[in-house]
Design a protein around this ligand. Sequence first.
Ligand code: GLV
Length: 311
Amino acid sequence: MAGAIAYISRDTDGVAWNKILTEALGPLDFRTIANGLGKTDDIEVALAWKPEPGLLATFKNLRMIVSLGMGVDHLLADDKLPHVAITRIMDDGLVGQMSEYALYWGLWHHRDIERYAASQRAKKWKPEEFVDTIDRRIGIMGLGSIGQDTSRKFAALGFPTAGWSRTAKTVPGVETFHGRDSLAMFLGRTNILVNVLPLTRETRGLLDKTLFAALPKGSFVINMGRGGHVVDEDLLAALNSGQISGAALDVFNVEPLPPNHPYWAHPKVHITPHMAGYTNPRTASPGVIENIKRLRSGRELIHRVDPKTGY
Ligand code: GLV
């Protein structure tokens, strides 16, 4: 039998992955943390989500690491990460879920749903001020597959939509900006900011007081990228001053969000527990299966990660 596949995640048990990979590849030596990794020299492929730093370095014959998330910061944070091929899942299902998350909060804010809920509680019939869709400008930071899908969907609803990315990108129907020099211009035209950037050395802490101040007063922020993009004190200050009218946050500097964190009780913060995109084995596995086959037959891998750019 070929080398073992190790499933390294404390969030899910790997049963679904074992079944789906076995159906596609035949009998497997599939190991999990919960069931014991056994003799780790046998491990050829690691499917990993937030592995303990240093763990993967102990797999002496490892040939490929597969990130179980589309983001790979959880791997690159390990300074002992072995120098083997790193790939990541590319999951259309997850991409669609992330877009749903942004659309949900964008529409929730745009159509004043919170105010209507409060009016209902007060048995008050009170139409809120009308804001035309063409006056609600959406700005998506990060134009990888998730940002592109999200921006296309907002644009399809008639919202003027722009995207900002490190390098130049083109998305039909979406105005695009790139590089630090154009960031202020992008922010100045944005009323609902959606962050879906990868977390890298360059993007850590990018959502800080300077960025919030560059948005028009009363903008709404949706963070489904990483908690590390946000300087929490700066966001809290911007919410308290009214510069930012509200924030939907799915990701946090520390996860789970500690019980004493000020976000929990803040009336303008809407918290979800890193659920915007779920790695669904049904939709995420085809690329992983393809890569295991390619690895075993010595062909070039797909969905490779460049550790230098961080995605
Ligand atoms: C989830 O956070 C992912 O990186 O896919």
